[in-house]
Design a protein around this ligand. Structure first.
Ligand code: GUN
Length: 434
């Protein structure tokens, strides 16, 4: 088995081994397993059945992550993304009154357009046109974004009417305090170079949460997965001639495209997986896994499947190849049977992992050249737009437009890749027209 892993995933060439990869895969799975329950929770607001959505979420994630493992040999995991699932449920279905079957058809078409664009290498060209400085800004921006998500999921940062966000009261906030303790534990284990430090931290907080009433005992270990049939192959293309249908397709397309580009570039940059020219060698294959994942997800009955930023936690634990992804894919498949057991891990156990990994993603700033404003300032703009706009795609958009604008204003337009001009014009037109 080990020999097969070595041959298939070229472990020693990537400076890794079976144990490190499997631990990294378990770590990534643990930090993203919340999606198994949160995605059906959001999508079921449309009237789609929760049980079938849970199965579609696990199968969509598993299939796309298998593809990532075998097509690209990258340690990235995929699942239906947060953000677009809320857009699907609350804006498209409940707001625009578009039936969920039609919304699934829009995602199916978006996925097919992605597959075509990936075949023509346009997406790869976009990934590789992003300058080094923006790659650093995007990695760090994703970092502060996942730190922010972690702080919220720990119940430490909460909504504030006057200034949007604020610190929650700590007295009596058992989950928040456990998350802080978990964060200290994880950082200590990491600093001491303990293998699987993040995973140990998640397990320790889950166990500590039992006497404190935070961790709920499982209602069982195994449960038969419910039927997928109420949502399987239910796409309805009857609104294909309506302009509002295409506005929905475009929005899914735009956000999914730049979310994936940003996540691939950001996490690969951090993992040292870009080549000497700052390009991602197997960008096409990774994008194909994402594109097929989205299309298959629509067939299964879930919103856009995308490459998860949480993959950074497995990368932090040393995951460098498709074996990390394969581990995640197998765990998502098993999750259809063991969902009661997975439901036990509380949010305050996985939140510290997100907070810490976010910090790790910000370390890229040490390679930034701060002497040239036209280089570093767009990266800073991409960095702060991600958490504040709550969107990786918006961070990339503002980063690229400001990069092109500053270079032009300084009379240095020749330094800019032609693809960035095309993207900047498209971003501006999109904001002006939609
Ligand atoms: N990149 C990315 N990561 C996620 N993790 C959870 N949701 C998302 C998402 O929509 N995009």
């Amino acid at each position: 088995m080990n020999a097969w892993f070595e041959k298939q995933f070229k472990l020693s060439e990537h400076g890794t081994n079976v144990r490190t990869e499997i631990l990294a895969g378990i770590t990534t799975f643990m930090t993203m397993a919340y999606i198994i329950f949160v995605n059906p929770g959001i999508l079921s607001a449309t009237g789609m059945p929760f049980g079938a959505l849970l199965v579609a979420t696990c199968l969509g994630a598993s299939l796309a992550t298998f593809l990532m493992a075998f097509l690209a040999n990258y340690p990235f995991a995929l699942a239906p993304g947060m953000g677009l699932n809320a857009f699907f449920a609350f804006t498209v279905v409940l707001g625009m009154k578009i039936p969920w079957q039609v919304a699934l058809a829009a995602i199916f078409i978006e996925g097919i357009i992605f597959i075509l664009l990936t075949c023509t290498k346009v997406r790869e060209e976009v990934v590789n046109s992003i300058p080094k400085t923006l790659k650093i800004g995007v990695s760090a921006g994703i970092g502060i974004f996942i730190t922010f998500i972690g702080l919220q999921s720990a119940g430490l940062i909460v909504a504030n009417q006057a200034v949007l966000v604020g610190l929650s009261p700590l007295r009596g906030n058992v989950g928040g305090l456990l998350a802080l303790a978990g964060l200290l534990l994880m950082v200590t284990l990491e600093t001491r170079k303990v293998t699987g430090g993040i995973l140990l931290g998640i397990i320790a907080v889950t166990i500590a949460g039992i006497p404190l009433g935070i961790t709920k005992m499982p209602e069982g270990i195994v449960s038969m997965p419910p039927s997928l049939s109420p949502i399987f192959m239910k796409m309805d293309f009857s609104m294909i001639a309506s302009p509002s249908f295409w506005v929905v397709v475009f929005t899914f397309f735009f956000v999914d495209f730049f979310d994936t580009v940003g996540t691939l570039v950001g996490v690969s940059n951090r993992a040292g997986m870009l080549d000497e020219n700052g390009r991602l060698p197997k960008a096409s294959q990774a994008l194909m896994a994402d594109a097929v994942g989205t299309t298959a997800g629509a067939v299964l009955g879930t919103s856009t499947v995308t490459t998860f930023v949480e993959s950074a936690s497995g990368v932090e634990q040393g995951g460098r190849t498709g074996l990390t992804a394969l581990t995640v894919a197998v765990l998502f498949l098993l999750a259809t049977l063991f969902s009661p057991l997975i439901a036990v891990v509380p949010a305050c156990a996985t939140a510290p992992a997100l907070i810490m990994v976010g910090g790790y993603m910000m370390m890229g700033f040490k390679d930034m050249d701060f002497s040239d404003w036209t280089e570093f300032f767009p990266a800073i703009i991409a960095f702060f737009m991600m958490p504040f706009a709550y969107s990786i795609a918006a961070g990339i958009e503002f980063g690229i437009v400001s990069y092109v604008a500053l270079k032009l204003l300084m009379g240095r337009g020749k330094e800019v890749n032609w693809m960035l001009y095309v993207l900047a014009v498209l971003f501006i037109l999109n904001r002006a027209l939609l």
